[in-house]
Design a protein around this ligand. Structure first.
Ligand code: GLY
Length: 235
């Protein structure tokens, strides 16, 4: 198995995207809960502020697109690892157009771009968990085996295992990285247990960020940014 990737967990840039008015009525969702657009925008602004001012990231803000109701959930449009960015092919047809602006932003950041062009492949970034040593890819309603194979081709230095996602939208709907070597598995029932795990970490810092509106659209906090660790100077 590969060792822990140098710089794992450290980021310099984040790509985020604005919320279109169409999010409230047309974004994909599994719940029937009503979405308050102003609240969603307020929460998103606060989230972006945390990335910029508390975490010190250089934030690239892409404009919202009314024709792409789910476009705020940028995580699904690209998988970035080191200097390579894999532009995905989202499982939901209504979301395929989201990758264009993401690709341009990643090109501007001088990332090496790999694109999924195989029409039999689907991959949402929300199904990709990178531990710093290996990838886990959720096989879900949005991501298929061919998508996982293309990811393995794009990131040849790392082992890739697939995980069936039998409930929920994405793999990262119920798990995420808590730090190097720590995968946090959660669900509403186990959220408090996950919190206890974080409390045991040395030097931990909890920054509360509200996400009440976007969760109604199956959007978690990781859905709303693509994080990048850029070492090379721009030229
Ligand atoms: N609303 C996020 C998604 O369904 O893809």
């Amino acid at each position: 198995m590969a060792g822990l990737m140098a710089g794992f967990g450290h980021y310099t840039h984040a790509i985020v995207r604005g919320i279109p008015a169409s999010l409230a009525t047309e974004a994909l969702r599994t719940s029937q809960a009503e979405v308050d657009l102003d609240k969603a925008r307020g929460e998103h602004d606060a989230y972006v502020q945390v990335l910029r001012t508390r975490l010190g990231l250089e934030v690239v803000e892409l404009p919202a697109d009314e024709a792409l109701p789910d476009c705020v959930f940028v995580e699904d449009a690209a998988v970035v690892c080191g200097d390579t960015a894999l532009i995905t092919r989202p499982g939901a047809e209504s979301r395929r157009g989201e990758t264009e602006a993401m690709k341009e932003a990643l090109k501007d950041l001088k990332m090496n771009i790999v694109e999924i062009t195989d029409e039999n492949a689907t991959l949402d970034g929300g199904d990709v968990l990178f531990t710093g040593r290996e990838f886990f890819v959720g096989l879900s309603k949005r991501t298929n085996q061919r998508g996982a194979e293309i990811l393995a081709d794009a990131f040849k230095d790392y082992a890739v295992s697939t995980v069936p996602v039998l409930e929920g939208l994405h793999l990262k709907s119920f798990c995420s990285m808590g730090g190097p070597g720590l995968i946090v598995i959660g669900s509403s029932d186990h959220a408090q247990k996950a919190l206890k795990v974080f409390e045991k970490l040395k030097d931990h810092m909890l920054i509360p960020v509200s996400n009440l509106e976007k969760v109604k659209l199956d959007g978690a906090l990781t859905c709303c940014s693509v994080l990048i660790n850029k070492k090379k100077p721009d030229n």
